[in-house]
Design a protein. Structure first.
Length: 282
């Protein structure tokens, strides 16, 4: 489970670290806010696309090797992007980062499905999700609080370097022999189109996709807008002060593992109703 937490931490640290400095990126490259927000939105979109691509190319690949390689390359791409003097090169590096880290979620789910008993799957997946929350929070806090006087590149480079170190460490954290699912009599390398179609149109499954899409859209949209709002004359917060507006995310690091344990006991329907009640209350 430590591997799952570390992989999630690196993935979302790389993805969301620039979010509290989007207004500084816009000022440096003299671009409008909606353009600077592409440094978050495009990698997120690429992550989604790469996760779907894993359906077609991921079978037979060893997650214990795939995840560290993908995260190491993503950290390097992100580091090079922060060194770029060109907005378009920065955006290209961020797109590549999104593609590479998009390999991780499905690969980690495959890894956990092989190594974790079904009755402990909720706990295991919640550990991975808690790692994503911790990475997103720490990446944001590091980039935001260490960026002073409009200089943010060194702070983002530092988060990339730390992510690179953890990614390389993951090569040694995975179990030395990662068992693979038992092969069938006639192994197939391609996804069954009929099965994929059923997965897309089955109402109970499609509703989960829709919930994820709507929640992530609201989440990314609100927090992309937040640094522009809090640094505006209306609030006039300093860079370090506005960064702490992301601090409530820390509750998720603790809450998600607890929810994972409750999920194993209560099931998805009750936990989903409880989660939406909390959103409505907020």
């Amino acid at each position: 489970m430590l591997v799952a937490f570390a992989a999630g931490l690196v993935t979302f640290s790389l993805l969301y670290a620039p979010q509290p400095v989007l207004h500084l990126i816009a000022a440096r490259y003299d671009i409008p806010p909606q353009s600077s927000s592409l440094t978050i939105s495009l990698p997120t979109a690429m992550l989604s696309g790469a996760s779907l691509l894993q359906l077609f190319i991921g079978r037979g690949l060893n997650p214990a090797r795939l995840v560290p390689v993908a995260l190491t390359l993503a950290a390097l791409a992100n580091l090079l992007g922060m060194l770029s003097p060109s907005w378009h090169l920065l955006l290209a590096a961020r797109v590549l980062t999104g593609v590479l880290i998009g390999i991780v979620p499905s690969a980690m789910m495959t890894f956990l499905a092989v190594h974790i008993a079904p009755e402990r799957m909720g706990r295991a997946m919640s550990t991975y999700v808690a790692g994503t929350g911790a990475g997103g929070l720490l990446g944001r806090l590091a980039a935001g609080t260490l960026s002073t006087d409009g200089h943010y590149a060194s702070a983002l480079m530092m988060t990339s370097l730390i992510s690179l170190i953890i990614s390389v460490t993951l090569f040694f954290m995975f179990p030395p022999a990662s068992p693979s699912p038992a092969p069938t009599a006639a192994p197939r390398r391609r996804v069954d189109p009929a099965g994929l179609r059923r997965a897309l149109v089955t109402p109970s499954v499609a509703s989960v996709y829709l919930i994820g899409f709507l929640l992530m859209s609201a989440f990314v949209g609100i927090f992309n807008y937040l640094p522009f709002l809090l640094s505006s004359p209306r609030f006039g917060l300093s860079q370090s002060s506005l960064t702490f507006a992301f601090l409530p995310m820390a509750t998720g690091i603790v809450a998600v593992p607890i929810f994972g344990r409750l999920y194993d006991r209560l099931g998805p329907r009750r936990m989903l109703c409880f989660a939406f009640a909390m959103i409505g209350g907020g």
